[in-house]
Design a binder for this molecule. Sequence first.
Ligand code: UT7
Length: 333
Amino acid sequence: MTNKISAAITAIGAYVPEYRLTNAELETMVDTSDEWIKTRTGVEERRILKGENRGVSEMGAPAILELCKKRGIDPEEIDCIICCTVTPDMTFPATANIISRKIGAVNAFGFDLSAACSGFLYGVTTGSALIESGRYKKVVVVGTDKMSGIVDYSDRTTCVLFGDAAGAILLEPNEEGYGIQESILKSDGEGAEYLKMVAGGSAKPASIETVLAKEHYIYQEGPTVFKFAVKRMADVAFELLERNQLTGDDIAWLVPHQANKRIIDATANRMGLSTDKVMINIQRYGNTTSATIPLCLWEWEKKLKKGDLIVLAAFGGGFTWGATLVKWAYDSI
Ligand code: UT7
């Protein structure tokens, strides 16, 4: 009898643009202060992909190439690329296809997945199912977002929050029980009115009017989203622990979506975790939407040990939210 196949994360890559947009620079652009941004959100700087005609594929492609190099594989070996993004290069074709071409993943099929800040968790869960089916051996999940392309830099309530980045993982079959153990994913379309980009889709195609009305930018009712995020991200992470008969003591790391330091702290508290077990890099990158979780894993990779139990948790536009339990599959060299 063959063992059950699980999907293990076997390599991580990431890409962060060079340009650092600091709180000090934002103070020159809108009526804000370093003090307000730091205490209300935790962000100190974020990276921005500068230059004309540069889309998220430019960040996603190097992130995947890095993981291929680390794992010692050729992009031609990749079976599937799931590209999680709300800021695709174009509405179509899918950015996954553009990335495949850029990196030479000629044998991969691919598609984009839109679940806002929970995109990466939705992608990991989908990718895991492909691996568990036994049909696919190498599935890449890349979260890549260029939030600077849809942020209104005259709106102080949103422009201080977001940044640009990409993070990618490779999923491969594991028969020893390592890898993705379980995900709880949720969504609630009621949330659509609080966090959205109104125009540019089929309901309201781009027009001169939509541009003048600034409807191609992020619209967010911050305090309402905050209220839902704080409760739902913490609840779902706790539910994941309960379902697996775990407590905070069993967990090596919490990898939370980086939207607001206060939301992260609330989730850690609810799980009974001390801050030294929580990956936090919001101060350096802000909210990079689909990229926050893989970016944390990338930065913390060397500290992760084979067998570590890790909880990934996210909340975002949709609303979408969820939590994933991972049994880490390798010791970093
Ligand atoms: O990742 C996707 C999901 N998104 C989230 O999880 C974001 C959730 N929301 C949040 O993180 C918070 O709601 C924000 C960080 C967006 C805002 O923080 P807040 O503590 O909820 O502030 P607020 O919107 O209630 O605003 C408080 C005050 C207001 O002024 P008044 O009306 O009290 O005079 C705002 O106008 O702070 C003002 N304010 C600012 N002041 C300086 C809002 N933004 C700024 C700013 N600088 N950048």
